[in-house]
Design a protein around this ligand. Sequence first.
Ligand SMILES: [Zn+2]
Ligand SMILES: [Zn+2]
Length: 102
Amino acid sequence: MTGPCAVCGRYSYLEAHHIVKGRGKRRECETKESVVYLCADCHRGTYGVHGRDGHALDVYLRRQLQAAYFSQGKSETEVRRLMGGKLMLDDNGEVYRWTKFR
Ligand SMILES: [Zn+2]
Ligand SMILES: [Zn+2]
């Protein structure tokens, strides 16, 4: 599958990335929002979500997903379940709910 990468927008061959992972969690937590399509660099490159320096991108994608769920009106309990049992916090330690990229 080719198309624009969800992170950098480059037109490329895309790989599916499951934002919520962990043993037994992938299926239970999978929604159409929880799978994003990334180019090889954004997926497996050094700064890619699975790369050596990819932590920031991983946090970014999880926060965006969580904010999307809240924007759909889901309860905190439901969002916590879909996030694999743990909610993402913002830089002030509050539950991350909003994105400025909407
Ligand atoms: Zn990319
Ligand atoms: Zn992945």
